[in-house]
Design a protein around this ligand. Structure first.
Ligand code: ATP
Ligand code: MG
Length: 319
């Protein structure tokens, strides 16, 4: 079985894009590969943050993952900060990473633009991400385009380390997520749906009336035809893709945008209803979710400590 890792930052509520682009592929992969679902809370500290919110979202994301079908017996759900080897390996990798290499990252440039206080952790973020991957001897990392450059850095660091200090890390490869790779924002379909920014987001726990309203308000165009055309009709294309991902079909009534939106709303509702119900059950028993998270740590810790031990020794630290 191939080891995979998918990360989620507790910076906001999980949304339809996270479900279709990351959670669903993760759940489907449970059949044939061993995955780790990482809740990357340390990454949520790289930008201005509210401590109570990060803590609440960490637990919420774990609960939503279980509700959506992540099987904790096959896929450990791991809170990054609860495996201290992440931070230890982060430091050790900083000793093979270059300052300029980190400063070149597009995401760093984008997120640090506009001045103000830039956290040093924002600069070293991709090194921590490399540590997340290398720590678990991960072979495959499903990545969207936005993470390509970071994955390349992880590969470069692993290769450089292995060459300089001897074989230590598995060099990971990036794989494209199988399902609907990118769900776009419903209000601004030029950009992807995200936890932060955008106004056309469907959170997995949004109540039904909010989901319907968000879809009813989705931006379309003046063309007046229900047709897949990402260039000229990004909004309509996004709705068609969401319908395909949620219901596995093309529009039954391909004549009006109103009808398309109703079909999409029904399809999304059919996907979200059981997740909401299961979430309500699980949320009533936070002790259970805590147990799952403790089991996640226990499942990955032996390998993580072995990898860190290997790294320390290779670097010349006294054991
Ligand atoms: P943020 O806006 O804080 O970056 P995000 O919505 O991009 O949040 P992440 O925690 O960065 O969420 O990503 C979690 C996973 O969900 C990643 O695998 C990412 O590729 C995937 N993902 C995020 N947004 C989308 C989207 N709109 N469509 C498909 N997949 C997505
Ligand atoms: Mg993101």
């Amino acid at each position: 079985t191939t080891r995979r890792l998918t990360g989620f930052k507790p910076t906001g509520h999980l949304h339809l894009g996270n479900l279709l682009g990351a959670l669903r592929p993760l759940i489907a992969a449970q059949e044939h590969s061993s995955s780790i679902a990482l809740i990357a809370d340390l990454h949520a500290l790289t930008m201005d943050h509210d401590p109570a919110r990060v803590r609440a979202l960490t637990l919420e994301q774990a609960t939503v993952m279980l509700a959506a079908g992540v099987d904790p017996d096959r896929t450990p759900i791991v809170v990054q900060s609860q495996v201290p080897e992440h931070t230890e390996l982060h430091y050790l990798l900083e000793c093979v990473a270059g300052f300029c290499e980190a400063a070149r990252m597009i995401q760093f440039k984008e997120k640090s633009a506009g001045g103000g206080h830039v956290r040093l952790s924002l600069l070293t973020y991709p090194v921590l991400m490399a540590a997340d991957i290398l720590l678990h001897d991960v072979v495959q990392v499903p990545v969207g385009e936005d993470q390509n450059q970071h994955l390349e850095l992880a590969r470069a660091l692993a290769t450089r380390f292995n060459t300089r200090y001897g074989p230590t890390f598995t060099v990971p490869e990036g794989v494209r997520p199988e399902a609907a790779a990118r769900v776009m924002d419903l209000a601004e379909p030029a950009g992807k749906m995200g936890k932060s920014g955008g106004t056309g987001r469907i959170a997995l726990l949004d109540p039904p009336e909010v989901v319907r309203k968000t879809i009813a308000r989705a931006v379309t165009d003046e063309v007046g035809e229900v047709r897949r055309d990402p260039e000229k009709q990004p909004g309509v294309t996004n709705l068609i893709d969401i319908l395909a991902a949620c219901a596995g079909r093309t529009p039954a009534d391909p004549h009006s945008y109103g009808a398309l939106k109703r079909e999409v709303a029904d399809a999304v509702e059919a996907v979200l209803t059981p997740i909401r119900a299961r979430h309500a059950e699980l949320a009533a028993d936070p002790g259970y979710v805590r147990e799952i998270l403790a089991a996640g740590v226990a499942a990955v810790r032996p390998r993580a400590t072995a990898v860190v031990r290997r790294t320390r020794t290779a670097l010349g630290l006294l054991d």
